[in-house]
Design a protein around this ligand. Structure first.
Ligand code: FE2
Length: 270
């Protein structure tokens, strides 16, 4: 497994060079704008909850490895709650009618985000080899760590402005997203490293690692594009839409009416 973990690390280093990550690091951009993609990323966060509960977790475990995966996935399946808290703190909990909310969440501007989730569901079917499940989980953790390292920096900048702590995007979540499967406070990396894979498993593992990172990179590219078309205080309306119609846009698949109140004001209810 050691070679696979090294390959995951290599992919993680490459992911850190993508346009999205560079954008997140760009301190010349308002930290609020560097988080303008957050509402559009919601489908992945919510589906990742299901991925942990439905795909990774298996009860009864039946093996030590599945037990480790269960402990990890049970923890990670709870983190969407923090995401909702951050949405409120960022002022994105503004009223939008239900049909428009669905249009936004299943819109064309975040289709790669949803595809990333669908595809990781598809490559880990229920009857899958547990070692392959482990490889996919480790790849997602590594990709997540790449993102959360930057998110926590932006959250820190925001905290200085708003005096709010951001439980999902802030340092406390990063502390739990070390880039590897975690069980309690102990990394099980040494145990995982010593697992022997057959040649066939190794070959499949390398292919899946590449896929998980490729899907993630596509989703990140899409979120970068989103930040170029939307402002943080009007995330549900494209900049073109604002220019054409002001802030009051009709019900189309691209442009959604919102009250637009309290974005990052730090005054919205937690
Ligand atoms: Fe998490």
């Amino acid at each position: 497994m050691k070679e696979v973990l090294e390959f995951i690390e290599k992919n993680k280093q490459e992911l850190a060079q993508t346009q999205f990550i560079k954008f997140l690091q760009d301190k010349s951009v308002d930290p609020r704008q560097r988080f303008a993609w957050v509402p559009a990323f919601a489908p992945f966060v919510m589906m990742f909850k299901d991925f942990n509960e439905i795909i990774l977790c298996k009860e009864p475990a039946g093996s030590e490895l599945q037990e480790i995966i269960n402990q990890h996935s049970n923890e990670d399946a709870q983190h969407w709650v923090w995401f909702l808290q951050d949405l409120k703190l960022m002022g994105y909990n503004c009223p939008i009618n239900y049909a428009d909310t669905l249009r936004f969440l299943w819109g064309k501007e975040n289709i790669k985000v949803r595809q990333w989730a669908y595809k990781i569901f598809a490559i880990c079917p229920l009857e899958e080899d547990i070692l392959i499940k482990l490889v996919v989980a480790e790849s997602i953790e590594a990709a997540g760590n790449c993102g959360f390292t930057e998110f926590s920096q932006i959250a820190k900048e925001l905290t200085e402005i708003t005096k709010q702590h951001y439980p999902y995007f802030g340092a406390s979540h990063l502390a739990k997203e070390t880039g590897h499967i975690q069980v309690g406070m102990d990394s099980v990396e040494n145990f995982i490293e010593t697992i022997q894979l057959t040649e066939a498993q190794k070959e499949k593992a390398f292919t899946l690692v590449e896929k998980v990172f490729a899907y993630c990179a596509e989703a990140m590219d899409e979120m970068f594009t989103f930040t170029q078309k939307h402002t943080y205080d009007q995330p549900f309306i494209t900049i073109d839409g604002i220019k054409q119609s002001g802030t009051s846009i009709g019900n189309t698949t691209d442009n959604i009416q919102t009250s637009g109140q309290g974005i990052f004001s730090g005054l919205v209810e937690a």
